[in-house]
Design a protein. Structure first.
Length: 86
């Protein structure tokens, strides 16, 4: 639809547009959103040490900028990163 110019606009999640935009000259992503997708990590119930380790790794990755750099490298420069806890 976008490539054949048969529509004025279409909607996808921001992550879907990352790989698509280079193929659509003149296309742009509008600010804001109509949908938000979160990412979660789960550990089995009763595995408190695993939860503590996973949480620590994620907090360190956010604090050090690793999450931001990974998103940027994947083409998600506008994606929000949750602030470190505490």
């Amino acid at each position: 639809m976008a490539r054949t110019k048969q529509g004025d606009a279409f909607a996808l999640s921001h992550d879907s547009f990352a790989g698509l935009l280079p193929k659509l000259p003149g296309a742009r992503v509008l600010a804001g959103h109509f949908q938000q997708t979160g990412i979660a990590v789960a550990v089995p119930k009763g595995r408190g040490e695993a939860l503590k380790l996973a949480s620590g790794l994620l907090e360190d990755a956010k604090r050090s900028g690793t999450v931001r750099r990974a998103l940027d490298a994947a083409g998600f420069k506008g994606a929000e990163v949750a602030p470190p806890a505490g």
